[in-house]
Write a protein that binds this ligand. Structure first.
Ligand code: AMP
Ligand code: MG
Length: 400
């Protein structure tokens, strides 16, 4: 049987075998949630002109400002630049308009009263020079990098693309992923349950961990515990996808055919079994055409933890996503460790009175008990230790 390898070595070996999935151009609408692969520079100054920040009137400031101004015209948002030629008069303005030439002070409508063809300042109101004018380029200057390559395109990033005229966006190609659930005991969510059967949920959980992270091309399949059926199913999926994630069938049981089927298909084993709990039987290999195969143990906690700890970050890194720095939390309670294995412990995270993130372990008696996972935000990684990691110890957190 293969030696156990360390979590760090498993991570490094996976990273070393990641291909580049390439880049593609998509419409702005299709770019939501994708990984940007080209830096975006400001198309022009932002704002592109001195911009009015309040509805009101524009005037020429002086330290002996009159208290009433005849209306010389209206400079509305979207209009070309006007000029205030009479420094004792005013122009009506709206938010978003160009600050007219000759105006260096915007007086909000709330501080005025209309009196026929004039505006009169509110009693005692004393405007200051330059007020409510958002200076050209004060947000950013033309040519400044507003988005770096490698960011995920969420709402603020989408606003930058639109504001800078990027109608076609260069994003990472999302790999085509198949998830194969193995097991004679498994039926789908809407099938009738026979004796000894359960509904399959791992594939749904793994797909959920990937979708919404820019990994949306996910197809779900199922195969029974039979060597030739497993080989056929894996062969077909390897021919059609960049990545195959298998759930179950990778342990030491009589009916765990996945490693044998993969070997028969020419998938090179890179490692099998990691010094971790849960998820020790995890298998990783590379197919004849560079397809990536992650075979995860079938226990629901194991398969989800492995998908989040290894599969998702490796695929996103290969797509060029800049990784966020690891998030660390303090343990709320003492947590049992294992003398030789790294332990992944599901935790509920909250902030204590001092603002520290504190993680309370969510007890799941075995890696087959997964109802308690809904109370957890993710899991912490605890180094091997003779007895326990103590309350107050700091550990990295991996969120679902
Ligand atoms: P295995 O790794 O195939 O030995 O499966 C380990 C345990 O996980 C067994 O109790 C299986 O019934 C369960 N299991 C395997 N695959 C799934 C799945 N897709 N959904 C829910 N439970 C599963
Ligand atoms: Mg099985």
């Amino acid at each position: 049987m293969a030696e156990l390898i360390s979590v760090a070595d498993a991570e490094a070996l996976i990273a070393a075998h990641m291909p580049s999935f390439g880049v593609e151009q998509v419409s702005l609408d299709a770019a939501i949630g994708r990984v940007l692969r080209k830096p975006i520079l400001a198309e022009r100054d932002h704002p592109p002109f001195d911009r009015v920040m309040m509805d009101g009137i524009g005037v020429r400031w002086s330290d002996s400002l009159p208290t009433s101004f005849p209306i010389a015209g209206s400079q509305m948002a979207g209009m070309g630049r006007m000029t205030l030629s009479d420094s004792g008069a005013c122009l009506e303005v709206t938010t978003g308009a160009i600050a007219p030439d000759g105006c260096d002070c915007i007086i909000p409508i709330e501080q005025t009263r209309r009196d026929g063809d004039r505006y009169v300042l509110a009693e005692g109101y004393q405007p200051t020079k330059g007020q409510f004018i958002h200076g050209q380029a004060s947000d950013c200057r033309a040519g400044t990098e507003v988005l770096a390559s490698g960011v995920r395109l969420a709402a603020p990033e989408m606003a930058q693309l639109a504001a800078n005229g990027v109608a076609r966006v260069e994003v990472a190609v999302s790999p085509s992923i198949a998830i194969l659930a193995t097991g004679d005991e498994l039926v789908s969510v809407d099938e009738l349950l026979g004796e000894g059967q359960i509904r399959r949920s791992n594939d749904i959980a793994i797909a959920a961990a990937l979708r919404g992270h820019g990994l949306d091309r996910v197809a779900l399949h199922h195969v029974s515990d039979d060597l030739s059926a497993t080989t056929d199913a894996l062969g077909a999926l390897l021919a059609a996808h960049d990545v195959v994630i298998v759930s179950g069938g990778v342990s030491m049981g009589q009916r765990d055919y996945v490693p044998e089927a993969l070997a028969a298909l020419g998938v090179k084993r890179i490692f099998h079994r990691i010094a971790q709990r849960p998820g020790k039987p995890m298998w990783f290999g590379v197919g004849p055409d560079g397809q990536l195969v992650f075979a995860l143990p079938g226990n629901p906690v194991s398969s989800l933890v492995c998908a989040i700890r290894y599969v998702r970050p490796a695929l996103l890194a290969a797509m060029g996503l800049k990784a966020e720095p690891l998030e660390y939390v303090c343990l709320y309670d003492d947590v049992q460790t294992n003398p030789t294995l790294i332990c992944f412990v599901p935790v509920h995270v909250r902030q204590d009175e001092t603002g520290r993130s504190v993680a309370r372990s969510v007890v799941s008696p075995t890696s087959g008990d997964f109802s308690s996972l809904v109370r957890a935000h993710g899991f912490v990684q605890l180094s091997p230790g003779e007895s326990r990691a103590l309350a107050g110890a700091v550990a990295p957190l991996y969120r679902w």
